[in-house]
Write a protein that binds this ligand. Structure first.
Ligand SMILES: Nc1ncnc2c1ncn2[C@@H]1O[C@H](COS(=O)(=O)NC(=O)[C@@H](N)CO)[C@@H](O)[C@H]1O
Ligand SMILES: [Zn+2]
Length: 504
């Protein structure tokens, strides 16, 4: 049993076919079936697996075709091969091919396909499941066929079938390193303690915090440690990556394959003309309510969303370029703004929030340079967590973040490509918090953004996200709030917290 494609289509010519043209069309059909559709097909392919025009007729200015195929010279590929041949043949009878109308298109996929593996798409007209196969009738235009929509639907079904098998599987997790145990100094919940001390307050938006000077002093202390112990010694240069991400970037980074449930979407006004918005403002002035429904009708987009993974918007800087060997490896970082995720995992304290502050470290070069930089980062992070922050922590190989953000599970399939999560113990909940990671992303981004290297070697990249909320949560959960008990390397960077607000 193999996959089958079938279509019927009408080819509209510029004038009625003459009897000679009809004869020529018959010869062309025969030549296509016997020669053209067999080109590039393996010798061992059976006849019924190869695309064939099974019926045809000519009336007035139209040639109607029925094409069937197996996996070789798929029906829609046969249609476009035939188009070229018949246009030449009819051209000799002064007949121009005007357009192709696809009347029907079906694909029959062997095997058991669970319902959840069938995507809900406008192209799918009907689905009929049989014991050994599923038949899908598609509504496709000739352009859809040229864009290979049927092939992409088949691939999507295979992926969904695979994911349905993975269903029970959790994310990949394999321990790499664990530190020694540390003396329990504090057992409280850091978020609650920070709230009680006025270090933070809930922001007005979901999963958002307002950080008072005491909390920011700790954020900045960690930033200084990152700059002094990691960024500067390893030679990373600061850049500013955009924070509003258009679809074009997420299409190339792969996020467009599955990040929709967690994006903070961004829309634009249909027009800046103040009079267009006057009634909205008036409505608010009169009612004190913002008429969101009315506003929604006046928006374009969403044009994309707020920063999510932080590194993708960097890539247009090198898109389409070839990098000179002597400028590699490129090592940069960004800490210029917030990341936003409509966290489906639910929000929790300052640990899992919708708006967070991350230092995104990014490097690119040859595969060797990329792996070497990741290893140098592992070494420096280990020294920071062991000797400076004196944390109880561990690291683990996990499903690569870029796969997880495309809704995939499992592994990258290459030992060198993947994500290593760093986790810190939270004594108050006796659980482990991923507070940062280091990833070798392989050629995914350079390929996605068409970046080459002078030597012709594959360009690879890596990135590491340092979440300042998470570093803070991990540190305070383990070290508590008495700065006298903090490790010297951190305490020396934080002045005595000043109370500037006094609420009555
Ligand atoms: N909801 C969240 N709240 C707080 N911090 C978060 C949240 N999501 C991610 N982070 C921080 O961002 C880091 C990297 O996020 S990631 O999704 O794992 N990886 C990426 O996005 C990569 N581009 C590297 O940044 C996490 O280790 C964590 O420190
Ligand atoms: Zn990244």
């Amino acid at each position: 049993m193999f996959i089958r494609f079938a279509l019927t289509a009408d080819l509209q010519f510029s004038r009625d076919l003459t009897p000679e043209a009809v004869l020529a069309a018959g010869d062309t059909v025969q030549e296509a079936n016997e020669v053209l559709f067999r080109r590039g097909v393996p010798a061992e392919a059976e006849d019924e697996q190869i695309g064939k025009i099974t019926e045809w007729s000519a009336h007035d200015s139209v040639i109607s075709l029925a094409i069937e195929s197996g996996p070789y010279t798929r029906a829609h590929d046969a249609l476009f091969r035939f188009r070229k041949l018949i246009a030449q043949a009819m051209g000799r009878h002064r007949l121009g091919l005007r357009e192709i109308t696809v009347r029907s298109f079906s694909v029959e996929i062997p095997g058991h396909i669970p319902d959840e593996a069938i995507p809900k798409l406008p192209f799918i007209r009907s689905v009929s499941s049989h014991a050994e196969s599923v038949r899908i009738d598609l509504a496709c235009s000739a352009t859809d066929l040229e864009n290979r929509v049927p092939d992409r639907i088949v691939k999507l079904i295979e992926e969904k079938k695979e994911a349905a098998l993975y269903g029970g599987k959790t994310e990949h997790w394999e321990l790499v390193f664990e530190s020694g145990k540390r003396e329990r100094i504090f057992e409280g919940n850091p978020t609650e303690e920070m709230l009680a001390r006025g270090w933070i307050k809930h922001g007005a938006s979901r999963g958002q915090w307002i950080f008072a000077p005491q909390a920011v002093a700790l954020f900045r202390a960690f930033e200084r440690i990152v700059v002094e112990e990691i960024i500067r010694p390893l030679g990373f240069s600061e850049m500013i990556f955009p924070k509003l991400v258009p679809w074009e970037v997420w299409m190339r980074s792969g996020h467009a394959k599955g990040v929709y449930p967690e994006i903070y979407y961004v829309c634009t006004p249909k027009t800046r003309d103040p009079s267009y918005w006057e009634d909205i403002a008036d409505y608010f002035k009169v009612t004190g309510e913002v008429p969101v429904e009315m506003i929604r009708d006046r928006l374009d987009g969403p044009i994309g969303g707020m920063c999510y993974a932080q590194c993708p918007p960097f890539w247009p800087f090198v898109q389409g370029e070839t990098l000179a060997n002597d400028c590699l490896p490129i090592r940069v970082f960004d800490r210029s703004g917030t990341s936003h995720r409509y966290e489906s995992g639910g929000i929790h304290g300052i640990e899992r929030v919708d708006e967070f502050h991350r230092i995104e470290i990014l490097w690119l070069g040859t595969a060797e340079q990329t792996i070497e930089t990741a290893n140098r980062l592992h070494e420096t992070y280990t020294r920071v967590f062991e000797d400076l922050m004196e944390l109880e922590w561990r690291s683990a190989r996990v499903t690569p973040w870029f796969m997880a953000q495309e809704g995939m599970l499992g592994e990258s399939g290459s030992a060198d490509i993947g994500t290593r999560d760093y986790e810190a113990l939270l004594p108050y909940s006796n659980s482990w918090l991923e507070f940062q990671n280091v990833s070798v992303n392989g050629d995914k981004y350079p390929k996605g953004f068409n970046v080459k290297i002078q030597s012709g070697a594959d360009c690879w990249s890596g990135c590491s996200g340092i979440g300042l909320e998470r570093w803070t949560a991990a540190f305070l959960a383990q070290k508590g709030f008495d700065t006298a008990k903090w490790p010297e390397a951190v305490a020396r960077l934080v002045d005595e917290p000043k109370e500037i607000f006094r609420f009555l």
